[in-house]
Design a protein around this ligand. Structure first.
Ligand code: 13P
Length: 325
């Protein structure tokens, strides 16, 4: 049997397991400069070379966050950026949080040149990577869109592993729409079947990847309201049907759910033992309250950091199935 990942095979497994450690998840802070600009605009700040690092510095200097967070997803700019007091953000991440921390980034430029960029990111202390492909339900996704998404993710995963990076595989099925939870489930089954077909075709080492799925819920504009227990039933059925137990970790995105909703759903998924580490890789559901609390004012930094720590701790408990609200 040929397994990709050659000389990095053991390291990839170790990295993936480290990220997927009990009670821990990922802080996604990889908003592109444009998306970061929207967040800053929501609190009345301009999207500048001063304000972006100020917000990112606040995030990476939360004391003790490493108790609940095992990795951070960084936008490429952040990988080379400094904090407001001139230290490299990556160095601060490793120092302030915990030795388990593994910085990583997402690609924005497609497959061309990905191998050499992966090797360069590895040199910057990144140990895993993220590729996100978006699929939308209301008018699709077409069979071709699903195939294209799955093939792209599989090629990226293979290239990442060849260069020592654990690939986070993220086909994001957007929540937008009025569709039912059954429709989301149907689409998710197709997408994950195709993704694993091509991951296998590309000899990707399953023990050295992480997944980042959307939750299975009704569309965001649907009138149906379902409980966390129902969401968890659908998700676990999907995972059991489609995801091999060799995959160490499944790190959900929050996708525009409220902070508490995302935590409750994760908690519901962890009420009985799972073959994989089922955890979080949230951006909005970790950052929203912290951002509002900060409001761009230096005197609010501590309160904002406490808000982030509170969400991280709540999701850590949810990963262990012990969140009580
Ligand atoms: P949200 O949790 O805000 O959906 O973001 C997740 C993500 O993919 C960013 O990396």
């Amino acid at each position: 049997l040929t397994i990709r990942a050659g000389s990095y095979a053991n390291e990839l497994v170790k990295t993936a397991k480290t990220i997927a450690s009990p009670g821990r998840g990922i802080l996604a802070m990889d908003e592109s400069n444009a998306t970061c600009g929207k967040s800053l605009a929501s609190i009345g700040l301009e999207n500048t070379e001063v304000n972006r690092p100020a917000w990112r510095t606040l995030l990476v200097t939360v004391p003790s966050l490493g108790e609940y967070i095992s990795g951070a997803i960084l936008f490429e700019e952040t990988l080379y950026q400094s904090t407001t007091d001139g230290r490299k953000i990556v160095d601060v991440l490793i120092e302030v949080w915990c030795p388990l921390l593994v910085p990583m980034m997402r690609w924005c430029q497609g497959l061309d040149g990905l191998a050499s960029r992966s090797a360069a990111y590895y040199q910057q202390d990144a140990h895993f990577a993220k590729w996100r492909t978006v699929l939308s339900i209301p008018n699709g996704p077409s069979a071709l869109a699903v195939k294209e998404a799955a093939w792209g993710l599989a090629r990226y995963a293979a290239i990442s592993q060849d260069n020592g990076l654990v690939p986070i595989v993220e086909p994001e099925i957007l929540l937008d729409g009025e569709h039912s939870i059954d429709r989301t489930f149907e689409v998710a089954q197709k997408v994950w079947a195709e993704v694993f077909f091509y991951l296998a075709e590309n000899n990707v080492q399953f023990e050295g990847i992480l997944l980042k799925p959307s939750m299975v819920t009704p569309g965001a504009e649907s009138k149906d309201k379902v409980s966390s227990a129902t969401v968890a039933d659908y998700i676990l059925k999907l995972l059991h049907r489609r995801i091999p137990p060799a995959v160490p970790g499944i790190m959900f995105l929050s996708g525009g759910q409220s902070e508490v909703e995302a935590t409750l759903n994760l908690n519901a998924m962890n009420q009985s033992p799972n073959p994989w580490h089922v955890s979080f890789s949230y951006a909005r559901a970790l950052q929203n309250t912290a951002l509002k609390t900060w409001g761009g004012r230096i005197e609010n930094v501590q309160a904002a950091q406490e808000a982030l720590l509170f969400r991280a701790k709540s999701n850590s408990l949810a990963q262990l199935g012990k969140y009580t609200g």
